[in-house]
Design a protein around this ligand. Structure first.
Ligand SMILES: C[S@@+](CC[C@H](N)C(=O)[O-])C[C@H]1O[C@@H](n2cnc3c(N)ncnc32)[C@H](O)[C@@H]1O
Length: 236
């Protein structure tokens, strides 16, 4: 997005103060007044802070509905990414994103240093280099050995709302997750609530994932842990 030079309204007073914004030096060259210069510096510092906070745009490939691709809204992707980063903050954690490329992109945008592996069928995501692993849920055990039992956080968004698909994705999740404390987040339709509890022991939280295109199915976020007050808490 093209950014325009618009000073923070708080600093505009610097432009309307007693000294004019532009005057000329002894050689007749135009120079900014000290107030204008201060306002400009404040504006530039603000831009730097915004970009460090992950305000820059996340670029995604277009959705291919034949592959059941429905990208999260920016708010949903940011909220889930923030939760994952909170879970990672306590320890040096590796994250696996199964079939949720938008989340991968937001995680990397919000914290370029985070260790994330994207397991995904669509080979357009080979653009992510060694962070990308080809994954077909029909072959749940076919993942590289170096990924096995190496992830503390696993997030999955299976392509289909069927028990069979969830069972296969769950096999992969069990292979990825490391021993000891681990966190599992499953984004899928509300219709999978019973299967999510039965297959993986997951509970829904109150946060409702949204997509950039309107979907007919209500989506939920299922967890294997209690997030406290985050994500609206667990649904009782
Ligand atoms: C419901 S979408 C989830 C995308 C998520 N909402 C996002 O914004 O990142 C399902 C994902 O499964 C992937 N997919 C399609 N067929 C697959 C297969 N056979 N095995 C694994 N993943 C597949 C799609 O490419 C898509 O990224």
């Amino acid at each position: 997005m093209e950014e325009q030079l618009q000073p923070n309204p708080n600093s505009v007073t610097g432009l309307t103060g007693s000294s004019p914004p532009l005057h000329h030096d002894d050689d007749g060259e135009p120079v900014l007044s000290s107030h204008t210069l201060a306002a400009l510096n404040e504006f530039l510092a603000e831009q730097q802070r915004d970009s460090a906070a992950g305000d820059s745009e996340v670029s995604l490939v277009s959705e291919d509905w034949r592959l059941s691709q429905f990208w999260y809204s920016a708010e949903t992707a940011t909220t889930v990414a923030q939760e994952v980063l909170t879970l990672c903050a306590a320890a040096n954690s590796r994250v696996a994103c199964i079939a949720c490329p938008t989340l991968y992109a937001y995680l990397k945008n919000m914290d370029p240093g985070v260790s994330v592996q994207l397991l995904e069928y669509d080979k357009r995501f080979e653009q992510y280099g060694s962070d990308y692993t080809f994954y077909d849920y029909n072959h749940p055990e076919e993942i590289p050995s170096e990924l096995k039992h190496s992830c503390r956080v696993v997030v999955a968004d299976p392509p289909y709302l069927s028990k069979e698909c969830l069972e296969k994705v769950a096999e992969t999740i069990r292979l990825l997750i490391q021993p000891g404390e681990s966190f599992l987040l499953l984004l899928t339709g509300d219709v999978q609530k019973e299967s999510a509890a039965e297959i993986l022991g997951l509970h829904p939280c109150r946060f409702r994932p949204q997509h950039s295109s309107k979907l007919g199915n209500e989506f939920r976020l299922f967890l294997n842990y209690d997030p406290g007050t985050r994500l609206g808490g667990l649904e009782k």
